[in-house]
Design a protein. Sequence first.
Length: 130
Amino acid sequence: MALIDCPSCKKKISDKADSCQHCGFAVGQASRDDILRKERFNRFKRMQSIQTQSMLAMLMFVAGFAILYWGEGPSRELGCELSVNLIKDGGALCLWHGQMQYNLAISCSVIGFVWYIINRVRMIFIKKSG
């Protein structure tokens, strides 16, 4: 008696079992086409999940820039003295280091970008394996 992977859920089952005790897939009655169809469907579900995660990562990346540029900025009393001025006199791109909004925006953008790249690499590996 050997253990094999269930074509549906990929969990270990006995090679003598008629159906998977985890998902109920009828292994004993399944033809080669049924097993192939189930594997393709599982691959499709994995790809859809990764694409959804990629979209969330892109939204997170864009949200970081939205938080950065649509904020109210530093207080006028400081006059952007403690910040990096890209436009003189506290203009639209007065980045105030150390402030919560700035740190949140940069973190959100970086995490979103890295998450997106990781998901794209995962998709490449899934395409090459199938």
